[in-house]
Write a protein that binds this ligand. Structure first.
Ligand SMILES: Nc1ncnc2c1ncn2[C@@H]1O[C@H](COP(=O)(O)OP(=O)(O)OP(=O)(O)O)[C@@H](O)[C@H]1O
Length: 328
C-alpha cells in the first residue's frame, strides 16, 4: 500500500512546481523541510499521534529524496522482543548462535545501505541496543553478531515515536546522546482532525477501498468531517473500508458508518445540523431532528441556532416532519 498523498510530489528539483494533488499546507511545508535536511545527511525525528501517518511521511521523504529507488527499510522497535531486534538490526554471521541460519543474515541496517532506514517507535528500543545503534551512527559501520569484522554502511535515517523522546530522556529510559544524534530536525505531524485536506483524503481513501469513486450524502460528509479521529488516518481507513463494504452502490450514508454513530458527534446530530434545504424529508430526518430536540430538552431556540436557521424555519420543518410542538 502506498498512499499517494502529496508526499511523493515535491522533490527538491520540483520545489516550484505546484502540487498536483491537494495537500495539507502544513504537511507540504514539513515535507519540503524534511527533504532539504535529509539531503544533507541530517536525520529526521518524526512525532505525531498514533496513525497520523509517520511511516507514510517517511516513505514520502524517501521517495522524494536522492535515495528514491533504493531500499526503504522499516523496523518497528516496539514490535520485536529484545533479542530479536538485535539480530534484525545488526544481522549475524553464520553459526553465530544456536538456531542461527548457517549462511548468516544481513541485518536491516545493512539492507538499508544506500537507501533509507526507518526506525518506528524508537522510544521503545532497549537501552543496550541504543548504545549499539549510537555506535553505528557515529562510526557508519556495522558489526554483525558473532563477527569481528565491521562493514561500512551509509543510509538516510528517519526515526519516529508517538511519545516525546525528550520526556523519555528525563525519565532515564532513553539515552540523551542518542536523542541528540537522532534529532537532527524534529517534525511533529498534525493529527488528522487538524488537517485541511481531510475532505480530499476521505474521497481518495474511499475510492481506494471501493475500487471506484464513491459519493457521500451530506450527513455522512458532516459526520466524517467532524469526527475527532483519535486513531487518525489508520482509523479513518478502517471506517471507510467498512463503509465501502456496507454501501451497495456508490453512495455512502450515515448508516454505512456504524463505528461513528455512537461517538459524541453522533449521526443524529450530523443529520440534524445540516442546512435544512439539504436534508431530505424522510423518516430518518425526522428521527434525527427529534433526537436533537430531545437532547436539547426542547430548547428550540438552541436547536435552531445549532442548525443555523431561524425558529420559524425550524417550526416549519418540524411541522413538515410531523413533530408536534407539544411533544412530551
Ligand atoms: N496520506 C495518507 N493517505 C492515505 N492513507 C494514509 C495516509 N497516511 C496514513 N494513511 C493510512 O493510515 C495508516 C497508518 O499510517 P502510518 O503507519 O504511516 O501511521 P503512523 O503514524 O506511523 O502510525 P503508528 O504511530 O501506529 O506507527 C496507513 O496504513 C494508511 O492506511
Amino acid at each position: 500500500m502506498s498512499p499517494a498523498l502529496c508526499l511523493a510530489h515535491p522533490r527538491p528539483d520540483a520545489a516550484n512546481e505546484p502540487d498536483r494533488e491537494a495537500c495539507d499546507p502544513v504537511i507540504a511545508a514539513q515535507l519540503r523541510t524534511a527533504l532539504r535536511v535529509i539531503s544533507r545527511g541530517t536525520p529526521l525525528l518524526l512525532r505525531g499521534e498514533t496513525g497520523a501517518g509517520k511511516e507514510v511521511f517517511a516513505r514520502g521523504v524517501h521517495a522524494g529524496s536522492s535515495a528514491a529507488g533504493r531500499a526503504f527499510i522499516a523496523i518497528n522497535c516496539a514490535g520485536l522482543p529484545e533479542g530479536l531486534i538485535e539480530s534484525e538490526l545488526f544481522g549475524y554471521r553464520g553459526g553465530a548462535f544456536t538456531g542461527a541460519d548457517r549462511g548468516g543474515r544481513r541485518g536491516k541496517i545493512l539492507q538499508a545501505n544506500g537507501g533509507t532506514l526507518f526506525l518506528d517507535e524508537i522510544g521503545d528500543m532497549p537501552l543496550a541496543l541504543q548504545a549499539r545503534l549510537l555506535r553505528v551512527l557515529d562510526e557508519r559501520r556495522v558489526t554483525p553478531l558473532g563477527s569481528e569484522e565491521s562493514i561500512p554502511v551509509n543510509f538516510q535515517l528517519v526515526s519516529a515515536s508517538h511519545r516525546e523522546l525528550g520526556a523519555l530522556v528525563e525519565e532515564g529510559s532513553f539515552r540523551e546522546d542518542l536523542y541528540y544524534r537522532l534529532n537532527g530536525v524534529e517534525i511533529v505531524l498534525p493529527p488528522l482532525r487538524e488537517r485541511a485536506d481531510r475532505r480530499e483524503l476521505i474521497d481518495r481513501i474511499l475510492a481506494e477501498e471501493a475500487g471506484a469513486p464513491v459519493l457521500l450524502t451530506p450527513a455522512a460528509e458532516m459526520l466524517l468531517m467532524n469526527h475527532p479521529w483519535p486513531g487518525n488516518l489508520r482509523q479513518m481507513r478502517h471506517v471507510l473500508r467498512a463503509a465501502a463494504a456496507l454501501c451497495d452502490g456508490n453512495l455512502v450514508d450515515v448508516e454505512h458508518l456504524p463505528a461513528l454513530r455512537t461517538t459524541p458527534f453522533s449521526a443524529a446530530r450530523a443529520r440534524a445540523q445540516l442546512p435544512l434545504a439539504e436534508a431530505a424529508a424522510d423518516a430518518e430526518d425526522r428521527a434525527a431532528l427529534l433526537d436533537l430536540i430531545t437532547e436539547q430538552r426542547w430548547n428550540l431556540t438552541r436547536v435552531a441556532k445549532m442548525q443555523g436557521v431561524s425558529r420559524n424555519t425550524l417550526y416549519r420543518r418540524m411541522k413538515r416532519l410531523g413533530i408536534e410542538l407539544d411533544g412530551d
